[in-house]
Design a protein around this ligand. Structure first.
Ligand code: PLP
Ligand code: LYS
Length: 443
């Protein structure tokens, strides 16, 4: 069963409705819950997500691409909490997974296996076996070597494997180099010129059910023209395979749709939908996309408390209690997330600037320089916006720090969907092993 929500009347340059707003007291609220209330309940730092905004995004995207009958598989890597996944699964979303762990999460969230696609360049034999036994919709295979293992596992288990080949179309997604995935030298996919021979050979094998092709060119894509290039190349490939008498029933168009913020417009969903229709809409294939960031990014924030104020080379610095282990994107990609104060900004000066840094012993534990924050004092709460994708999902316990709580807000209620870990949990895990002999010298 799926829930029903009407698409929102937002502009065609789509961004989620702002669920983060100031209440009558001037302080920030998430939907109808004050962030002070959540901070009081779970402590800082914490991630906070809006269930309403997530659901609305799903419906808006689904509606925008309805004409080409495109199904949506959420990229679990972007935000893998099972309660977040369950919100989407209830609306009818499928899931795009890249590990056995993500498969467990998608299934635990109630996603039917026939709506789950297994992507990823390095699936293990055990993961392939588990995917076939669970009856997943499709495995996106990225090399001839992987195809051999899929065929072997399919023979061993007696389960015919539904396979799409991930194509590398040699298209520059014009995004950050570290999240570009379809240039010629990328580790992902099979070079487009090699696909026809591999697809033809695989189609002869009874243990493989060759269902189609997949492509994913990168992430945080705002200029949509690389999608057109990649999908047009995919469409040419479909026609070529069909001329050779091969069946191509499904096309997985990948994720990658970027998000804007107040400073930068988000992508135009109408244009996105029309590129799909123009490039692959008339092939008669079942189509799906795999968005992660677009669905979840603007539906989450990271809230942190200012611990100390100091100064370095004349620039004020606020040391906060969140760090690069909680939100890796600034350290990893130089990303800067918009920052808000929970308190309405006090005494904003035209030249005010403040560096925001975390407590970790790395110079890269630095969230960047911010202007216009106004006077900040120790004890203030600050909010990193657009942290709903690749935030908590990429966090670690570096410096033996806790994994921070995740909280889901729904209207006037909130729910803790992951508790804070603590050092006792970590110590328990580390005490599990005993010494084993290093040689096979038993007897
Ligand atoms: C195969 C695949 N699909 C989907 C995604 C989701 O990407 P995004 O969050 O940019 O939509 C990724 C990550 O880039 C991916 O590797
Ligand atoms: N982790 C990246 C996106 C990579 C997407 C995974 N293929 C980010 O935070 O922007």
């Amino acid at each position: 069963m799926t829930d029903t929500i009407a698409p929102s009347q937002t502009s065609k340059t789509e961004t989620p409705s702002r669920w983060l707003a100031r209440g009558g007291d001037g302080r920030l609220h998430a939907e109808d819950v004050s962030l002070d209330r959540i901070a009081g309940a779970v402590g800082t730092p914490f991630y906070c997500y809006s269930a309403g905004a997530l659901r609305q995004n799903y419906v808006n995207l689904k509606t925008a691409i309805a004409a080409s009958n495109v199904s949506i598989c959420f990229a679990v890597k972007a935000s893998s909490n099972i309660h977040v996944l369950a919100e989407l699964a209830r609306l009818g979303a499928g899931m795009d997974i890249v590990s056995g762990g993500e498969m467990a999460r998608a299934l635990a969230a109630g996603t039917p296996p026939e709506r789950i696609i297994f992507s990823g360049v390095g699936k293990t034999r055990a993961e392939i076996c588990a995917a076939l036994e669970a009856g997943l919709h499709q495995l996106n295979v990225e090399s001839s070597a992987e195809l051999e293992i899929v065929a072997e596992v399919a023979r061993e288990t007696g389960i015919r494997a539904p396979v799409a080949l991930r194509v590398n179309p040699d298209v520059d997604a014009r995004t950050h180099a570290k999240i570009t995935t379809a240039k010629k030298d990328s580790k992902f996919g099979i070079a487009i010129g090699e696909v026809p021979a591999i697809y033809a050979e695989a189609s002869m094998r009874p243990e493989l059910n060759m269902v189609g092709l997949a492509v994913h060119i990168g992430s945080q894509i705002l200029d949509l023209s690389p999608f057109r290039d990649a999908w047009a190349a995919l469409a040419d490939l479909v026609r070529q395979l069909r001329v050779a008498g091969l069946a191509v029933e499904r096309l997985d168009l990948g994720g990658g749709l970027g998000i804007g913020d107040d400073a930068q417009a988000g992508p135009d969903l109408v244009e996105y939908a029309s590129i799909i229709a123009e490039t692959v809409g008339d092939l008669g294939c079942a189509l799906n996309v795999e968005p992660g960031r677009w669905l979840a990014g603007r539906t989450g924030i990271l809230v942190s408390e200012v611990l100390y104020l100091k100064e370095s080379a004349g620039v004020p610095i606020a040391v906060i209690d969140a760090a690069m282990n909680d939100l890796m994107r600034p350290a990893l990609y130089g990303a800067q997330h918009p920052l808000l104060t929970v308190e309405a900004p006090r005494l904003v000066e035209s030249d005010d600037v403040c560096r925001i840094v975390g407590p970790i012993c790395e110079s890269s534990d630095d969230f960047g320089r911010y202007h216009g924050l106004g006077t900040i004092v120790a004890g203030d709460l600050v909010v990193f916006d657009n942290a709903g994708a690749y935030g908590a999902a990429m966090s670690s316990t570096y410096n033996s720090r806790d994994l921070v709580p995740e909280v889901l807000v729904n209207g006037a209620q909130f729910r803790v969907i992951r508790r804070r870990t603590n050092i006792a949990d970590a110590l328990e895990l580390e005490q599990a092993g005993s010494w084993l002999a290093g040689e096979n010298s038993a007897g």
